[in-house]
Design a protein around this ligand. Structure first.
Ligand code: 4AD
Ligand code: MG
Length: 441
């Protein structure tokens, strides 16, 4: 008899057929006459039932979680009253071990203990990834990337891939990672925005999905040293256009993710309370947010009542977002607390045409603005911020050769996922998190 063909755990599993499955032991229940094991292969899971002579072998008696196996058997329908967790199971007639798993880390790989020390979990991230929750988040992450790319295609933004090694700052010098570049100082990019702006004249609206790097000094649940930055830049627009585009992008991405039944199930499992946002998002000016914070007795980071010009720090922002409990466009931040390139509001020169998108549970997930399109004003802004203009000649040139009203935004993918998947920290939303003090595994 020839070997039955190998099937992935979600396909080809018609009842009655004899198949061969390959995977790892995800759950294991050993009884006197029967072994139930749940096999996983990254596509799906399948309960396999071993009986008779099969379970009296040394291999069966010493089976451990994560051991990789090949199992032959017949696929059978499970009677409805026993359906846990699936409606199919494999009745094994032969199995062989491919790779034994040492039994010492079972707790980490399958059920993360409630009292697990976070450092141990981060050290063992490669094994934690084998758990259901971590795998689900990474699958939604892939679905989100797919949805963003499809949405950008629908909106006719072209994908470009800017460099990560740069010689200019975008979001302030204090969070730059620097390194030696053939004897010169270079940095890891904080944002691809300035490069995206240079693409507009010949490519039209553009986007990129690229890592951004921030040497953050603080350990918070939403700051990474390396994160995936989804950035878009749009030409010949107004600030109102930018807000409308952002709403549309976010809602469409959510819609696309949830249209996929597998994704919808994963999101439901991870975050049962998730409600897709509805348009229009609530709009709130920075100045009104300051008033709101004062009225609600939410102090600034120095413990003082907020006043105009204060940064709205993470704690206050999160409290406000959680109380309002809807997506918010926070707009018109003061010039002093925002980046050099942001365009001033014509009707109030103290503030910029800027926007943060705030989501309940996380706070800021997007930062965007209209850009200074006037040459003299930009030169003035470099001076105000104490930035030497020479390294920016290529950026400044955009204002010399056919300038235009334009704007864009950056969305932190891990923050988007923390919101959508209801995760406590962005560290759960990437493959191998990088944050203050951690660069392994
Ligand atoms: O608000 P930020 O700093 O804006 C920019 O970088 C703009 N140049 C983007 C643009 O207009 N093209 O960062 C944008 C977003 C934030 O809203 C946040 O979601 C995410 O990037 N982000 C971080 N995510 C994780 N860890 C960090 N340290 C992050 N810093 C920013
Ligand atoms: Mg920001």
């Amino acid at each position: 008899e020839t070997d039955p063909s190998v099937v992935r755990l979600r396909e080809g599993d018609a009842p009655g057929t004899r198949v061969r499955v390959l995977g790892r032991v995800h759950r294991l229940r050993q009884q006197k006459d029967v072994i139930f094991l749940t096999l996983t292969d990254g596509y799906g899971q399948l309960q396999c039932v071993l009986t008779g002579d099969l379970i009296r072998t040394y291999a069966a008696l010493t089976l451990t979680l994560e051991t990789s196996l090949s199992i032959h058997g017949e696929m059978r329908v499970v009677p409805p009253q026993q359906r846990a967790p699936l409606d199919r199971e494999l009745h094994a007639d032969f199995f062989s071990i491919i790779g034994v798993a040492a039994g010492d880390k079972e707790a980490i790989t399958t059920r993360v203990p409630k009292d697990a020390d976070p450092q141990t979990l981060y050290d063992n991230r490669h094994l934690v990834l084998r758990g259901d929750t971590a795998a689900s988040v990474l699958k939604v992450r892939a679905g989100a990337l797919r949805a963003f790319r499809q949405t950008f295609q629908e909106e006719r933004l072209l994908e470009v891939t800017p460099p990560c090694m740069v010689q200019t700052q975008v979001e302030g010098g204090s969070t730059l990672f620097s390194f030696d570049y053939y004897g010169q100082t270079a940095y890891l990019t904080q944002s691809s925005q300035l490069y995206l702006e240079t693409c507009l004249p010949s490519l039209g609206d553009v986007f990129c999905v690229a890592p951004s790097f921030r040497a953050e000094k603080s350990l918070t649940r939403r700051h990474l040293s390396e994160y995936t930055h989804i950035e878009g830049e749009l030409d010949f627009i107004t600030f109102a256009d930018l807000l409308e585009h952002l709403e549309k992008i976010i809602c469409r991405v959510i819609e696309l993710i949830l249209q996929d039944p597998q994704m919808a199930a994963l999101v439901r499992e991870l975050n049962p309370g998730f409600k897709p946002p509805s348009r229009p998002f609530r709009r709130m000016k920075y100045a009104d947010a300051i008033d709101w914070l004062v009225q609600h007795n939410i102090p600034n980071d120095d413990g003082q009542p907020h006043s105009f010009g204060d940064d709205i720090a993470e704690a206050a922002e999160r409290k406000m977002t959680d109380i309002l409990n809807v997506p918010i466009f926070l707009t018109h931040f003061p010039v002093e607390i925002k980046a050099f390139y942001m365009k001033k509001d014509d009707s109030d020169r103290r503030v910029t045409e800027s926007v943060d998108v705030l989501m309940p549970g996380v706070g800021e997930i997007v930062g965007g603005s209209m850009r200074m399109e006037n040459y003299d004003e930009l030169m003035e802004a470099y001076k105000r911020e104490g930035i030497g203009s020479e390294p920016y000649y290529w950026y400044t040139d955009q204002r010399k050769y056919g300038t235009s009203p334009h704007g864009g935004y950056g969305l932190g993918l891990e923050r988007f996922l923390a919101w959508m998947c209801g995760r406590y920290t962005v560290r759960e939303c990437c493959l191998y998190p990088r944050f203050t003090g951690r660069c392994t595994p």
